[in-house]
Write a protein that binds this ligand. Structure first.
Ligand code: SF4
Length: 380
């Protein structure tokens, strides 16, 4: 196999297991034909073609949900740092990809694997003068100096917590250590950002940091996931968490477990944005008895039905915080409203529409100059 064929094989392993398993032959056939490139949103809001890949699919750990676990029998693929960097740069110059997300299976210790990822990043930045987007994964067990090295080279760094705690992790990935291997590096990233000036970082600013959870793999609740995400946002400068719905992979101990409904992933994203960007507190989210969010209910709409239906928000005088609570109004839309009302009163839905807002969802929960824009409140 040449390098490009190996990369095709590797990315197909990363992206197709779940597709095949949920019976999606069209997706499988289409993706097998090419290197898997995702469309990704950057921290600055821009969109790029992102190559998400591993440097190696060799792994000595045995996480119960993972296609790359050591006990699974299939062909493994690895790249040397030089070879991967040259291959990636060829694709980048040809316009096939604009950025790369680089992770790896653990072939040897976390320290050794992190060294290979760092070597690849160094070659990209120093030898090939690569100035594009680079997201580097921090390996479980990496040392603090290696985390700092990664921060000097990357635009974003991340480490997957997988579950919201030590006990949950034992049932999913028994060889990983939650505190020492996963949580500590996330906290080091924040400490380094606080303690050291970023002038040595490749762009002169420290990279953002993220994490990922396997949703529904360890019996955890939404409340556990969101409480930890919220805490890490406040205390460790976490930019965001990714929620990946568990999907069983053949040849793993979890192959007969039920997949997590994608709707759960979606509700977790909605709720995490309410906590991060809309000023909501955990106690305001509509958790049910077991600590999960209802799948059939948008959490912001649920809150508004309970709290705003009989106490609508006056668009012309409400604070930013109160406007953000209205369904259909996001941070950008609220900034537009605040700017526009300096120039005069907003008196009708068409005013809002002309400003570029889509006020349909907001209608039952607002007043415009003291008047409800809709006579009939159709909440459901
Ligand atoms: S360490 Fe990573 S690659 Fe290895 S089995 Fe666990 S999740 Fe998969």
């Amino acid at each position: 196999m040449n390098d490009f064929a190996r990369l095709k094989y590797l990315t197909s392993q990363m992206h197709l297991e779940a597709a095949e398993d949920i019976g999606c032959p069209t997706l499988s056939a289409r993706k097998q034909d090419s290197v898997n490139v995702s469309s990704a949103v950057l921290p600055n809001g821009g969109r790029i073609k992102l190559l998400k890949t591993l440097l190696s699919s060799v792994c000595e750990r045995d996480c119960y949900y993972c296609p790359f676990r050591s006990e699974r029998n299939y062909r493994r693929v690895s790249f040397q740092p030089e070879d991967f960097a040259a291959l990636y740069m060829g694709m980048h110059r040809a316009g096939m990809v604009e950025g790369v997300f680089l992770s790896s299976g653990l072939g040897g210790s976390g320290v050794q694997t992190q060294d290979r990822l760092l070597a690849t990043a160094e070659i990209l930045r120093r030898k090939h003068k690569y100035r594009g987007y680079l997201h580097l994964k921090i390996m479980p067990g990496a040392e603090r100096d290696q985390v700092e090295q990664a921060m000097l080279l990357a635009d974003r760094v991340s480490i997957n917590l997988e579950t919201p705690g030590e006990e949950r992790l034992r049932s999913l990935a028994p060889l990983k250590r939650f505190r020492s291997e996963l949580l500590s590096p996330l906290r080091w990233i924040h400490e380094i950002r606080q303690e050291k000036a970023p002038h040595r970082a490749w762009k002169g600013t420290w990279p953002s940091s993220t994490t990922q959870f396997v949703v529904g793999g360890a019996g955890e609740s939404d409340l556990e996931l969101l409480a930890l995400t919220s805490k890490l946002t406040a205390q460790a400068g976490l930019a965001r968490a990714y929620f990946s719905a568990f999907s069983p992979v053949p040849g793993t101990p979890f192959e007969n477990h039920s997949p997590t409904p994608p709707a759960r992933e979606h509700r977790l994203y909605q709720a995490s944005f309410l906590l991060r960007d809309y000023g909501f507190g955990l106690e305001e989210l509509p958790f049910e008895g077991q600590g999960d969010l209802p799948l059939d209910e948008d959490p912001k709409l649920a809150w508004a039905i309970r709290n705003l239906a009989h106490q609508p928000v006056e668009v012309n005088t409400a604070s930013r915080r109160d406007l953000l609570r209205v369904p259909g109004f996001g941070p950008k839309g609220v900034s537009i409203i605040l700017r526009a009302r300096r120039g005069g009163k907003l008196t009708s839905l068409s005013h809002l529409t002309k400003l570029g807002l889509r006020p349909g969802r907001a209608k039952p929960f607002i007043l415009l100059n003291g008047r409800a824009p809709a006579r009939q409140l159709r909440l459901f």
